[in-house]
Write a protein that binds this ligand. Structure first.
Ligand SMILES: Cc1cc2nc3c(=O)[nH]c(=O)nc-3n(C[C@H](O)[C@H](O)[C@H](O)COP(=O)(O)OP(=O)(O)OC[C@H]3O[C@@H](n4cnc5c(N)ncnc54)[C@H](O)[C@@H]3O)c2cc1C
Length: 339
């Protein structure tokens, strides 16, 4: 009997039917999102697309637009938490197939011969471009660059997630941010058309990115790298960075730094001074190692994390008059982010 079924059940049935009727699109219905985020919380996505190339991505994206569905772009999910109810729309994950491919190009954008000899002819200070799909792992790209003695990415090694997410977040560590390296980005617009934008069309700020496209879906980017004196130099810097990260970051599931650092003081110091280190809310806790990292003790829910984050925000504002801004993206059922 229809009347006996809950709204959630009816929604699930509707989206399962929609995915089945459009089986050629390769969409999954009711895919659990805790499996796709590093914090490991989140209910099901009504629809989930994991396209292997641009064509499949375009078909899935346009389908959602035709059906007026919310769409969320996902990379590695290392900076995103989805609500316990899930996501009423399409989650598009760019993380496989053609989106993982990388190629080195000359500064002018020409292809480079496959034989390793070419890299040996480069002189210190020569520039090269690494063109990579949005789904390539940032750490893998840093290692690839290092293997060719190319400098630029070594400080970014160890930041989890994918290139598209890193560009969108302008992810960074130490003095280096991804945006410093981006020479060009290819972006799909709301009509499914992919356009190239050069450096001057793109704006990068502190964990922020802007492009001429309103809802930018980054499909690939070109990163500018510089030949270092030796491979050893790049690898040594990368190894140093990785060992610092290893001892300063908690091992439990997290989304990395939860709040942006306000201009006055580091968010972690404010949270610690407000007495929140080790504070728990259900299964979520403020890490003892790093007060700006909220962790999942195993059974955290989105609700637990929201409550903990809100308590921190209120107390920091009450004590210090500083409004913390979230770096992590908390996405609610209807697609609202950090609302
Ligand atoms: C242990 C840990 C350590 C971390 N350390 C750092 C650090 O040192 N520095 C730092 O900056 N961050 C850090 N982070 C946060 C996170 O790893 C970065 O923000 C990362 O760049 C996010 O990439 P992602 O692919 O996981 O993006 P996701 O989490 O999937 O998405 C992040 C945002 O980007 C958008 N997005 C994703 N892909 C695309 C795309 N192709 N086109 C358009 N928009 C897209 C999403 O909609 C979302 O708004 C850390 C996280 C963890 C868990």
């Amino acid at each position: 009997m229809l009347a006996d079924r809950s709204a959630t059940e009816l929604e699930a049935a509707y989206f399962k039917d929609l995915a089945l009727k459009n089986v050629h699109l390769g969409l999954k219905a009711m895919e659990r999102l805790d499996r796709h985020t590093s914090f490991k919380v989140g209910g099901p996505a009504a629809l989930f697309g994991w396209p292997k190339d641009l064509e499949e991505l375009r078909r899935q994206y346009l389908f959602a637009r035709e059906h007026s569905l919310n769409v969320f772009f996902l990379g590695g999910g290392t900076n995103v938490l989805f609500s316990d109810e899930g996501y009423l729309g399409l989650v598009l994950k760019l993380e496989k197939g053609a989106f993982k491919e990388s190629v080195f190009l000359t500064k002018e954008g020409d292809g480079i011969p496959e034989d390793a000899g070419f890299f040996a002819t480069l002189k210190e200070g020569d520039e090269l471009v690494l063109r990579s799909g949005a789904g390539a792992g940032l750490s893998e790209l840093a290692r690839l660059a290092a293997s060719k003695s190319l400098s630029g990415m070594e400080d970014l090694a160890g930041i989890p997630g994918r290139l598209g997410g890193a560009v969108n977040m302008n992810a960074g560590a130490g003095e280096r941010q991804v945006g410093d390296l981006v020479a060009e980005a290819e972006i799909m617009d709301e009509e499914g058309e992919v356009k190239s934008f050069g450096r001057n069309d793109l704006a990068f700020g502190y964990r922020a990115f802007k492009s001429p496209v309103k809802e930018p879906l980054i499909t690939s980017a070109r990163l500018r790298l510089v030949k270092a004196a030796s491979e050893g130099e790049v690898v040594e810097r990368m190894t140093r960075r990785l060992s610092v990260r290893k001892i300063s970051l908690p091992v439990e599931p997290s989304a990395g730094s939860f709040f942006k650092n306000p201009p006055q003081k580091r968010a972690g110091e404010l949270i610690e001074e407000a007495g929140f280190k080790g504070r728990k809310e259900g299964g979520a806790m403020v890490s003892m190692l790093h007060a700006n990292i909220l962790i999942n003790l195993g059974k955290a829910t989105f609700k637990d994390v929201s409550a903990l984050a809100r308590n921190i925000e209120e107390e920091v504002e009450r004590r210090f008059g500083i409004k913390l801004e979230r770096e992590a993206r908390m996405v609610d059922f209807a697609g609202g982010v950090n609302v």
